[in-house]
Structures are given as structure tokens and as C-alpha cells.
Design a protein around this ligand. Structure first.
Ligand code: ODT
Length: 175
């Protein structure tokens, strides 16, 4: 038995419902990409417009120019793809010196009311596995995941080949 870590074979949320996904999500764990940006106190807010278009805002503590610590206000628009749980995310910051980008944004699993596992691969290797990914575990509760959601989240971390690569994301660290 060998685990399939091909990015193209990663299973995402079936019948993803963006309306139920809307609202506030607290990042409780994160697997960082190369060139880490958001550190902690990360809160995302997803909005669905009347035409169905998904947008989001996020806040989080960042360090820019190697030493300046600040709370980043970020914005994103999401482009739909053939799969309702796979988006392309265009993002930018409220201030010009914040990161901008165009990333995959996949919803791997969510129960909409308590937990969500997100995944983005920025660069695939020749063998089809990801060589620069990041992933968030989100909770509806700022206090973290409920014990009953830990099992499914751990299982999903393993399915996306990132088990053991997450760090806890703190909340309410003084700015
Ligand atoms: O922190 C990193 O190192 C990589 C992540 C950078 C992307 C942050 C862009 C946030 C733009 C606003 C969007 C909110 C939705 C967030 C949902 C999941 C995280 C991308």
C-alpha cells in the first residue's frame, strides 16, 4: 500500500455548497508554504454575492521587510472551475507592501458548521506531487476544533499528504 500523493488525485469536498461555507472561519492550524506570509491570528470571512461569486477577506499577523510586524488586511476573489470545491484565488493586501498572488484554493472537507480543511498547491514537481503547498485547518470556533472533529481532520491531513506538517495558529496574541 502506497499513499497516492499526486495532486491531480486529491479528493475534494463533494457537492460543495458555498452558501453554507460563507461567514467567519478561524485558522487553528496551518502548513506553511515556501516564503511564509500569515503567521497567526488569522481569521477569514467568506462572502457570496447575489450572482453567486465568492469573495473573502482575511486578517492575520505578518512580518514584512524582515522586521515590521503588523495586522494584514487581505482581499480575495475566487474564480470557479469545473469542480465546485476547486477555485482559483486572486488575492491582494490593503497596503501595497503586502503579498499578492494567484493560488489554487481547494476545499478538501467541511461540515460547514465546525471545521474546514483547505489546500493549495503552488508548484507541482515532475512526478505530479506538490513541492510547494500550504493548507489551513479552519474552525467556526475561535477556541479551536471540537474533540469530535479531530479524527476527520487528521484523516484529511493524511489524505493530502501533509500529516505532521502543520503548526498551531495562535489567536489573540497581542499585536
Ligand atoms: O500565509 C501564507 O504563507 C500563504 C497564504 C497567503 C494567502 C493569503 C491570502 C488571503 C486573502 C484573503 C482571502 C481569504 C480567504 C482565505 C482562505 C484561505 C487561505 C488562503
Amino acid at each position: 500500500w502506497a499513499q497516492d500523493c499526486q495532486v491531480d488525485n486529491i479528493q475534494v469536498m463533494q457537492n460543495f455548497n458555498r452558501t453554507k461555507y460563507a461567514g467567519t472561519w478561524y485558522a487553528v492550524a496551518k502548513k506553511d508554504p515556501v516564503g511564509l506570509f500569515l503567521l497567526d491570528n488569522i481569521v477569514a470571512q467568506f462572502n457570496i454575492a447575489e450572482d453567486g461569486q465568492m469573495t473573502a477577506t482575511a486578517e492575520g499577523r505578518v512580518i514584512i521587510l524582515q522586521q515590521w510586524e503588523l495586522c494584514a488586511h487581505m482581499f480575495a476573489t475566487f474564480e470557479d472551475t469545473y469542480d465546485p470545491a476547486k477555485f482559483k484565488m486572486k488575492y491582494w493586501g490593503a497596503a501595497a507592501n503586502l503579498q499578492t498572488g494567484y493560488d489554487d484554493h481547494w476545499v478538501i472537507s467541511t461540515d460547514y458548521d465546525n471545521y474546514a480543511v483547505h489546500y493549495a498547491c503552488r508548484e507541482k514537481g515532475y512526478d505530479g506531487t506538490c513541492i510547494d503547498s500550504y493548507s489551513f485547518v479552519f474552525s467556526r470556533h475561535p477556541t479551536g476544533l471540537r474533540p469530535e472533529d479531530q479524527y476527520i481532520v487528521t484523516q484529511k491531513k493524511q489524505e493530502i499528504c501533509l500529516l505532521g506538517k502543520y503548526r498551531r495558529v495562535q489567536h489573540n496574541v497581542s499585536p
